[in-house]
Design a binder for this molecule. Structure first.
Ligand SMILES: [Zn+2]
Length: 171
């Protein structure tokens, strides 16, 4: 029989490590405790090492990350260029549409088909002998308010009414 120096338990020899006066239970516990402490120490050491490395190489690392960022920007630019080259017609169409919209005060969401229908209706009236104009309810370039070139702002009027109104808009 042997007595554990840690917990004081008296146990048969087989429950002890041959060289230590420490029972298997206490040994296990101590090992686990040391393992935890060792791991914690390792984590802290790793962090410290990383921080020291960063401090020692700060300028180089910053430069590297700056270069990486620059090369990513460059890559994106290159890809955009390639996309443009492959879809040039679509880009040009979109750009001219934006310009046209801006000039005509037609928002991008304007329903072009409905606008066309208004003009088609007017053409039918004219074909029937009526002198009509397509007019903007709120003029595009009025002094107090600017209308939009959208079908909601279009109306068909007899030519003589339109002519007398000009760009006046009563608010
Ligand atoms: Zn013990």
């Amino acid at each position: 029989m042997k007595t554990c120096i840690h917990c004081g338990a008296t146990e048969p020899q087989s429950k002890f490590h041959p060289r230590y006066n420490q029972c298997d239970r206490c040994r296990k516990e101590l090992k686990a405790k040391m393992g935890r402490a060792y791991r914690a120490l390792n984590v802290a050491a790793g962090k410290a090492k990383k921080a020291a490395y960063y401090q020692a190489n700060k300028e180089r690392l910053l430069l590297k990350s700056k270069q990486n960022r620059a090369s990513r920007v460059e890559e994106a630019r290159e890809q955009k260029k390639l996309h443009y080259r492959g879809n040039k017609a679509a880009y040009l169409e979109a750009s001219s549409r934006r310009k046209r919209c801006k000039k005509d005060q037609m928002p991008v969401w304007a329903d072009q088909q409905k606008i066309a229908e208004v003009y088609k209706d007017a053409a039918e009236f004219r074909a029937a002998g009526l002198d009509v104009h397509v007019d903007h309810i709120i003029p595009l370039r009025a002094k107090l308010a600017s209308g939009l070139h959208v079908h909601q702002n279009l109306t068909i009027k007899l030519a003589k009414w339109n002519d007398s109104k000009g760009n006046k808009f009563d608010v």
